[in-house]
Design a protein around this ligand. Sequence first.
Ligand code: BG6
Length: 475
Amino acid sequence: MKNIIPETFLWGGAIAANQCEGAYLEGNKGLSPVDILPGGTLRREALSDVKKAMEKDYGYYPSHESIDFYHRYKEDIKLFKEMGFKCLRTSISWARIFPNGDDDLPNEEGLKFYDDLFNELIANDIEPVVTINHFDTPLELTKNYGGWKNPKLIDFYVNYCRVIFNRYKGKVKYWMTFNEINMILHIPSFGGGLVFEEGENINQVKYQGAHHQLVASALATKIGHEIDPENKIGCMLAAGTVYPYTCNPEDILEAQARNRENYFFIDVQAKGKYPSYATRMFEEMNITIDITEEEKKILAENTVDYVAFSYYSSRLRSADKEIMKQKKVGNAFASLPNPYLKESEWGWTIDPVGLRITMNELYDRYNKPLFIVENGLGAVDKVEEDGSINDDYRIEYLKLHIEQMKEGIKDGVDLMGYTPWGCIDLVSASTGQMSKRYGFIYVDKDDEGNGTLERSKKKSFDWYKKVISSNGEEL
Ligand code: BG6
């Protein structure tokens, strides 16, 4: 039988500036939200109260050096090339281009860095896939404007987009406007640079911030297409279908509502208007969104070219508050443990079939090409005496997910590519740990910042190389 995966399929890996570059002040870069976050148990506290975090000295900050991709990207790209990557998903740090977010002129050193990075990728036949904002709204915009709750951020973001679309025209074709745009509801400080004032209706602030991002995303899509009609501009969802806990209709309704909470964003970005269910949803939260006729037009006329998503796990919800008390901690989404499924060392449900379900749901709903831009297993790796790292658990996780991805394609889903997360070990977004590793490439660094930063290949490196060279036939 003919291979189900097209020859043009974008096999690769995914990373993000804020979790791998380091060099946090080099080349005139301004601060990113991640630069004031500690690792370990204090990270959650800092994420939930950015105002406090901005004033506190936590000592060690994992992002400041990170894995030093800023200086070592050539060495890393060589290894990506050796694995046969067709693409690399990474992000541009907005604060490298506009250190304060609202500067009149862009920072040439920042622009030059990404010129060099994209040139290096292209020289190695690796297509850059670029996220414009991956949890990376310049911190100064939070300090001076309150983050995305302020409509001025739309103009700053659009200006930033115009600069990078012009500068990287002909080099970058695949773009995503916001990483995991629905995360503004779950980690508002990280996703939206939001700070809350005493007595504010938090939902009002989150959804108004979300609205500004949605308009900014549509405007970016518009100018991206104007600057280069070859550009493909996508949205990006933290996906993973929410299952009902039982067949009790109340549970089904609850799961439907939670799914809509996520799809809401993509409904706007892919269909061009607020979904009909939003009216009641907002009424029940006692919120009113300021939305102009002009904005409605912008949303309607500038829908995305493709729908990208991350998939790590499915979720489980009950309508019963007592049952929901058993929900797991450790994940941004509140979810019950699923008795049919295993969990990762960090308590994330492992559900390969859920990937197929999610693919089908998204494709049924949007009918646009999909792109799996994150998937993977965060796990502790052990370096053996001889230096080898036998990460069979990671191979197993990815193998089961790729099998289901192929089933999804057989179901009829138009899938552009697959870029597993953290193809080289990097700093975890939720915990700030290095020990929560996702990579095919090991980076010698621990949670306290010790290590040589030396790179070495794990067992999964050769495995993934074979997967790519056989176009997904040999798993
Ligand atoms: C996604 C993010 O939520 O999941 C990444 O887009 C993040 O930035 C990834 O790193 C894995 O999460 P974590 O918390 O294990 O790093």
